[in-house]
Design a protein around this ligand. Structure first.
Ligand code: ADP
Ligand code: MG
Length: 251
């Protein structure tokens, strides 16, 4: 699996942090990575030091720019970003009126796919058109889950969406993994949530658990992935471990 959508309709669970830092960690392992920012909030773009000014993903999706003219190199080797900004909100509305909108992102990315080993699509916190479009373009769904009591709330809705996308436009779509983020080893609750989820989802839950680490929260304001901002941090080490696991799972 090379194209992975990071989706969970809950906000603040670590989708963007994982897109940026898993991307950078795969880059550190010399895999060529493209992060596609599919959230109009543009957090992945800014976290990778890119403003998302036009032309951006919106222009690509409406056919007014070629992806190779919009993709930007980041300050990190092997890591590029296809940036976005608020324009994408309009797209959500425009798409709603069109037939056959689901494969728009898949088609848009096609010309640049061969240049990358991995494409990570950062989804917005909803199960609307943009997330469906991302799931249609993806081979795998990677679900970041926060280690808290309500973590699994909404997962059934996400799985139902996955099923609908499989049945309609993308039968190949698989669950690439469920990855726990912001883990606090001091609380029993976090450990219980992980154990319960493993019981339910088995091997689909990644072995790697991303700890709560303040350096991960600081890095985006410097426009850098954690590996560039503080390679010695626990957050950096965890994302390197996750990258290794993603490679292993892909074999
Ligand atoms: P989402 O994209 O799902 O909305 P984010 O990746 O933006 O979630 O994360 C939400 C907030 O939590 C951000 O402020 C981010 O910096 C912070 N954060 C994410 N992962 C961690 C972590 N492992 N440790 C500490 N803070 C984190
Ligand atoms: Mg986000």
């Amino acid at each position: 699996m090379k194209t992975l959508a990071l989706a969970n309709q809950k906000g603040g669970v670590g989708k963007t942090t994982t897109a940026i830092n898993l991307g950078a960690a795969l880059g550190a392992l010399e895999k060529r990575v493209l992060v596609v920012d599919c959230d109009p909030q543009g957090n992945a773009s800014r976290g990778l030091g890119c403003s998302g000014e036009a032309p951006n993903l919106y222009d690509v999706l409406v056919g007014e720019a070629a992806p190779r003219d919009v993709v930007k190199a980041t300050g990190f080797p092997f890591l590029d970003v296809l940036p976005t900004d608020r324009d994408l909100v309009a797209l959500e509305v425009e798409l709603a009126g069109e037939a056959d909108w689901q494969p728009a992102l898949r088609r848009a990315l096609e010309p640049v796919l061969s240049a990358y080993d991995f494409v990570l699509i950062d989804c917005p916190p909803s199960l609307g058109h943009l997330t469906i479009m991302a799931l249609t373009a993806a081979e795998g769904l990677l679900v970041p889950l926060q280690c808290e009591y309500f973590a699994l709330e909404g997962i059934s809705e996400l799985m139902a969406t996955l099923e609908r996308v499989r049945e309609s436009v993308n039968p190949q779509l698989k669950i690439a993994g469920i990855v726990f983020t912001m883990f606090d080893h001091r609380t029993n609750l976090a450990r219980d949530v992980v154990a319960e989820t493993r019981e339910h989802f088995g091997a689909r839950v990644c072995d790697t658990i991303i700890p709560r680490n303040v350096r991960l929260a600081e890095a985006p304001s410097h426009g850098m992935p954690i590996l560039q901002y503080d390679i010695k941090s626990r957050g950096a080490q965890a994302y390197l471990e996750l990258a290794t696991e993603v490679l292993r799972r892909g074999e």
